[in-house]
Design a protein around this ligand. Structure first.
Ligand SMILES: *Cc1c(COP(=O)(O)O)cnc(C)c1O
Length: 499
């Protein structure tokens, strides 16, 4: 299987090269030249399997230059012991069409672990083949959850260093502590003055800057990415859509061949894009419902074809979705334009020049056939958390609540009764303040983060993940905040090389 770039489709690369590089040298994203199709009995064969076995079956369709032994070893290392649920990513039926795919049982309590527990294996395996002994420097921009998940995945992995940038005021206190107290000898963390888009734009610029690359090469280092621009982030996420469908069969919520909907709380468009790939491979999917918070740039785009980032940026109670530039949308546009890198280049030069682009009618028609979209504000998010808890004693986090709220609006508007799976992306205890405000009795709020965790646990009878409770009193190691234009210097400082 070969990969090419969304901005230059004359490029041909192996999966190893795509994963080791992270981003293509001209700034495009790696995409498969052809999406593999599953055979008729593929899904049936997944039903009795464990998550690890399902992962092997799906991954081997895409990662054809990795050996079966490598994939076996990697999946066992990633999903064997690090998850607090034996099923890794269980599908929990709450009644009605609320089937919750819990993607947050990994070490950092967010769905990013599903990919970032595997990525270090994929990346070091790839680097052995294509990076001629260079140390891999992983550069990450995070809206909160990717940073911690990448730090946990890569800490003390030989041959790698990891540096994370997060927006100073754009993450929850728990997310911040998870990162600033990170242990490990190859890790670095810095806050920036700005929002996630600033962090992501800065990281992308550093990545593709030839001067910076040359400086790293002189120290026998090369960049790669653990953001969802890296193909190695996306492919592990395709797995759980197949796994959820197999679970829906097991739960007798659907029969093999019948379509389901997936509702996905969306920011950078990585999670829902993985669902798109699963659908293109032949997974029976009716609609992919894209759920946004008040930063509803995607709602507008998927319903009108106009992407316009010139709008106010809101800081919300679902911070991991506070994004106005959804980088993985580029991959969708590449596929929907008939693998046309010239079209993608035009759209993205318009985005950087004017902050917007509009796709043609043919692309919009395809989008509307596959996607539905909606958004909700913080008040609706909190009301949804309260409602889900009242009706089913089930505590969900703010991001998952956005998906539930948007799904309810979707069914009310369309009458669609297709069985539905909600991607649940984080533990509610990562966002204790907002969740406590939603389900609390209005009594005085504790001001300390860990007192909030305790209060939430007591009030709801839901146990908090031990990984989060263990952070109480953890020493903070990284306290620096830099300006946007100081990020390059911060990279050199964190790597201990001279700028
Ligand atoms: C990252 C994240 C999202 C958004 O996922 P994308 O792949 O960026 O669309 C949603 N919820 C949580 C909790 C996240 O960490």
């Amino acid at each position: 299987m070969q990969y090419t770039s969304t901005r230059n489709n004359s490029i041909n690369a192996s999966s190893s090269f795509a994963i080791a590089s992270g981003i293509s040298s001209e700034g495009g994203l790696f995409v498969p030249t052809e999406i593999p199709r599953i055979t008729d009995d593929f899904i049936e064969s997944l039903v009795p399997m464990t998550y690890i076995e399902r992962a092997r079956a799906v991954l081997s369709l895409f990662l054809t230059d990795y050996t079966a032994e490598e994939i076996e070893k990697y999946t066992l290392g990633a999903y064997g012991t690090g998850f607090s649920s034996a099923e890794v990513a269980p599908t929990v039926p709450l009644g009605g069409e609320l089937n919750i795919l819990e993607l947050w049982h990994g070490p950092t309590c967010a769905f990013k672990d599903m990919a970032l527990q595997l990525l270090p294996y994929l990346l070091t395996g790839a680097a052995k083949r294509v990076s001629d002994g260079k140390e891999t420097v992983i550069l990450v921009a995070t809206s909160g959850d990717t940073g911690k998940a990448a730090l946990e995945g890569f800490k003390d992995v030989p041959g790698t260093r990891i540096l994370v940038f997060y927006p100073e005021n754009g993450v929850s206190p728990m997310q911040k502590l998870q990162m600033t107290a990170q242990t490990g000898n190859n890790v670095g963390v810095s806050a920036i003055y700005g929002n996630f888009d600033d962090a992501q734009t800065g990281v992308k610029r550093i990545f593709t800057d030839e001067k910076v690359k040359a400086k790293l090469a002189a120290h026998n280092m090369a960049f790669s990415s653990a953001n969802s621009i890296n193909w190695g982030r996306l492919v592990p996420q395709i797995v759980y859509y197949f796994s959820a469908y197999a679970d829906m069969i097991k739960l007798k919520k659907t029969r093999n061949g019948e379509k389901v909907n997936f509702t996905v709380p969306t920011g950078n468009f990585g999670n829902i894009l993985a669902a798109y790939y699963a659908r293109e491979m032949g997974l029976p999917v009716n609609r992919l419902i894209c759920a946004s918070n008040a930063n509803n740039v995607l709602t507008e785009f998927l319903t009108t074809g106009r992407y316009n980032r010139n709008r106010p940026f809101f800081t919300t109670v679902s911070p991991s979705m506070d994004i106005l530039i959804s980088s993985n949308l580029e991959r969708l546009l590449y596929h929907l334009s008939g693998n046309d890198s010239e079209t993608v280049k035009k759209l993205y030069s318009s985005l950087s020049a004017t902050g917007e682009f509009t796709v043609d009618g043919a692309i919009l028609d395809k989008i509307k056939e596959i996607f539905a979209a909606g958004f909700c504000d913080d008040t609706e998010t909190k009301a949804t958390i309260a409602n889900v808890f009242k009706n089913g004693r089930y505590l969900c986090d703010t991001h998952t609540a956005v998906a539930v709220s948007v799904y309810k609006k979707y069914t009310a508007a369309t009458g669609d009764t297709t069985p539905n799976v909600i991607a649940s992306t984080a533990s509610p205890f990562k966002f204790s303040k907002a969740v406590l405000e939603a389900v609390g009795d209005g009594k005085a709020m504790p001001s300390d983060e860990f007192e909030m965790v305790d209060a939430l646990e007591k009030l709801t009878g839901t146990p908090a993940p031990s990984q989060l409770k263990a952070l109480k009193g953890a020493p903070v190691r990284f306290e620096k905040t830099v300006k946007k234009d100081e990020m390059e210097g911060a990279v050199y400082a964190l790597l201990g090389i001279n700028g």
